[in-house]
Write a protein that binds this ligand. Structure first.
Ligand SMILES: [Ca+2]
Ligand SMILES: [Ca+2]
Ligand SMILES: [Ca+2]
Length: 468
């Protein structure tokens, strides 16, 4: 939506659009793939891979006896391709478990006091010349990935893990807490974590799979939207009566604590079956919206999409940007989104590209028109700007855009506000809150990596959740 005559909003937009282009970075979750995941990432012209440096794989049976074989290969291959690695250190081996109190195997168990820190020290000492960023666990606010409380995450995992990273490598970055925006507890998790341990975290991370608002409603009115989880929580009022108020967004909690550290989305994405044109188009649009909104927010520094590739043998894994296929020239078949991301990342200057706003595949000013000649403010493909973005992104005023006001809808959210991440998701909810979570050691059969029996339960969790 263009606002040709305005004052405050345009002035604010002008400040955004005239600020120096800020380096933002992109990447993919690749789990433990030493080949197709890395190739798909490099070919998309993005720089980061988020890997599962599973504790139960690296220190499987006995404290102090490490097996880094698969990680040596994975990390060396990533570095050889010029990729940066974000290593997720997570998931308890049986020997370190306090007990499997709530099921799901030992990986989600609370580790015994003093067990996690030496593991992190060993990891960082081994890889600090190659890996500078370590994410401390994955989605600890979901029972599938951590059985404990926020306090137990802080005491047993985050604080000792962060201290171990910094002690072994003063310049390395602690990323976390990688909260899932499922249910409503993530805001209180982040609030407690920042109250006690903001100083331990260098980069705040989170995961969002919610949908973007559309002109016809939906997310932001009947469920929490991407924006509601990112930077403006959902508030539904009728007159002066509050009918629904969702949990605070990530940015609102950061602001409450005056935390100005960089913010990374380390999982976001959309499912699509290869060859289903409609689904692939939806996936492209989702990536495009993420990228466009990221460009509007200086504090949102990096996005690591979920995920690089699907395995054809597990058709419920459909978040990938490509599908692994050993008969293809590149050993994968790209979905539309892979081609799209490669275009954007090689074009948009803020992502390191060499073209212009008028030739980057994005609707930079959020007016519904993309690039030359569709956006008539572009006089050629080489024009530097599509014009100024309005702060509400052209969304309906109550849909949860960055500057929108509270909603007057009487609808309430479905599924996502149950607070119980294990509860079956309503099909109508699109399960968009969070399709992710990454934890298996058997994610990359292409590499010949064997599936540990101990990983099967967690893999099943992922399959179930991702098949919503
Ligand atoms: Ca357990
Ligand atoms: Ca553009
Ligand atoms: Ca435009």
């Amino acid at each position: 939506m263009r606002l040709p005559f305005c004052a405050v909003a345009c002035a604010a937009s002008l400040l955004l659009s005239t600020a120096p282009a800020e380096a933002k970075e992109l990447g993919f979750n690749v789990h433990q793939s030493p080949d197709v995941g890395l190739d798909a990432t490099k070919d998309a012209n993005v720089k980061w891979v988020r890997i599962d440096l599973n504790w139960f794989d690296a220190e499987p049976t006995t404290q102090g006896q490490y097996d880094f074989t698969r990680f040596d290969t994975l990390i060396d291959n990533a570095i050889a391709k010029g990729l940066n690695v974000l290593a997720v250190v997570a998931y308890t081996p049986a020997w370190a478990s306090e007990g499997d109190a709530k099921g799901g195997g030992t990986q989600n168990d609370i580790p015994k006091t003093g067990t996690f820190s030496p593991f992190v020290t060993a990891v960082v000492n081994r890889y600090k010349t190659k890996v500078t960023h370590y994410e401390i666990w994955n989605e600890p606010n979901l029972g599938e990935f951590f059985e404990g409380t926020t306090q137990e995450y802080l005491d047993r995992i985050l604080v000792p893990g962060a201290d171990a990273v910094h002690a072994a490598c003063a310049t390395c970055k602690v990323v976390g807490p990688a909260l899932a925006t499922v249910g409503t507890a993530y805001a209180t998790w982040l609030d407690t974590i920042l109250t006690q341990a903001a100083a331990k975290i260098d980069i705040v991370s989170g995961h969002i799979y919610a949908d973007f608002p559309t002109p016809n409603g939906g997310a932001g009115l009947t469920s929490d939207s991407y924006f509601n989880k990112l930077d403006k929580h959902r508030l539904i009022q009728s007159g002066n009566i509050t009918i629904y108020e969702g949990p605070l967004s990530f940015k609102e909690v950061l602001d409450k604590h005056a935390v100005t550290k960089p913010f990374w989305i380390t999982e976001t994405g959309k499912t699509a079956h290869l060859g289903n044109a409609a689904e692939e188009d939806v996936q492209v649009t989702y990536y495009r919206r993420v990228l466009e909104e990221m460009l509007q927010r200086p504090w949102w520094e990096t996005t690591i999409f979920y995920e690089a590739f699907d395995e054809p043998a597990t058709p419920q894994y459909i978040n990938g940007a490509v599908v692994h296929d050993d008969t293809a020239a590149k050993k994968y078949v790209p979905k539309k989104v892979h081609t799209f991301l490669a275009k954007v990342a090689s074009s948009q200057p803020a992502f390191g590209g060499t073209k212009t706003d008028c030739d980057d595949g994005l609707d930079n000013d959020l007016d519904g028109q993309i690039d030359f000649p569709s956006d008539t403010q572009c006089t050629s493909a080489g024009s530097p700007s599509e014009g100024l973005a309005s702060l509400d992104g052209g969304l309906p005023p109550d849909a949860g855009g960055p500057s929108s006001s509270s909603s007057s809808s009487s609808s309430s959210s479905s599924g996502s506000s149950s607070g119980d991440p294990s509860a079956p998701s309503s099909p109508a909810s699109d399960a968009s809150d969070d399709g992710g979570g990454c934890a298996t050691s058997g994610e990359a059969p292409s590499s010949g990596i064997f599936v540990l029996g101990s990983a099967l339960a967690l893999a099943a969790v992922r399959r179930r959740r991702r098949s919503h």
